[in-house]
Design a protein around this ligand. Structure first.
Ligand SMILES: Nc1ncnc2c1ncn2[C@@H]1O[C@H](COP(=O)(O)OP(=O)(O)OP(=O)(O)O)[C@@H](O)[C@H]1O
Ligand SMILES: [Mg+2]
Length: 221
């Protein structure tokens, strides 16, 4: 059951990666962050600042070592973590592409998916046959566009893209930031975008900058 939610709160969350030398271990946090539905949030910061780590904590893939996540009035624990994860549609940089569009209604496949393929400029390459894609043997940038198709079809309340645009050409990058993200927002989605594209930071409602696993700033526009 997808929840109506009003607040997502990362309360004092902390994560560290196990490693041999304690003084060289990276740790994120402790961070305290609150999010509201409909926000378009950019998470920025240099390589290794902790953006992807935060993304994994946020989406419930990593369990915080200390602190907790509160969502829709519930504290996330082992018993409801799977439920929590189902509110997110995520494209990580090391995404895996399935050739089947599972869990999508036939109607949505025929209408939305076809139209979205055209938007992705992939109709000359890929066709949808039943719930199957005709091919996933594509370039990296094209495969990432297909990952976007999956995310779009999943239709979850919260989206997270980890450097999605990094291997897109300038034209499609522009479409992603100036058409696709605003369109998700217009649908009432909450969208997290991890990005190095400072040219497009103005698209965001809020920019969170990380440095060495801590928040350097959190600015609402
Ligand atoms: N699987 C891992 N095991 C051990 N340490 C890791 C692992 N993943 C990341 N780290 C450490 O955590 C730090 C933060 O990594 P993270 O991937 O969150 O950074 P990032 O901000 O996403 O960087 P980038 O812009 O390069 O994607 C890194 O400096 C690295 O040392
Ligand atoms: Mg990263």
């Amino acid at each position: 059951m997808i929840a109506q939610w009003h607040r997502l709160h990362l309360q004092n969350i902390y994560h560290t990666y196990p490693g041999d030398q304690e003084d060289q271990r990276f740790s994120l946090g402790a961070l305290d962050l609150s999010f509201s539905p409909g926000e378009l949030i950019f998470i920025i910061g240099g390589n290794g600042s902790g953006k992807s780590t935060l993304a994994k904590l946020l989406t419930g893939l990593y369990i915080p070592e200390t602190g907790q996540i509160e969502f829709a009035g519930q504290t996330i624990t082992d018993t409801n973590r799977e439920w929590y994860r189902q509110h997110f549609s995520v494209v990580f940089s090391d995404f895996f592409l399935f050739d089947r569009l599972l869990g999508v209604t036939q109607d949505r496949l025929e209408t939305t998916a076809q139209a979205f393929l055209a938007k992705l400029k992939l109709t000359h390459k890929v066709t949808i046959e039943g719930d199957r894609l005709s091919t996933t043997a594509l370039s990296q940038g094209q495969r990432k566009r297909l990952a976007l198709l999956y995310a779009w079809l999943e239709d979850r309340p919260i989206y997270l893209f980890d450097e999605w645009a990094a291997d897109q050409d300038p034209i499609f990058r522009e479409i992603f930031y100036t058409e696709f993200l605003p369109e998700l927002k217009a649908q009432g989605k909450t969208v997290f975008v991890i990005s190095h594209d400072d040219h497009y930071f103005s698209v965001a409602d809020r920019v969170i900058k990380l440095e060495y696993g801590a928040i350097e700033y959190d600015k609402r526009r």
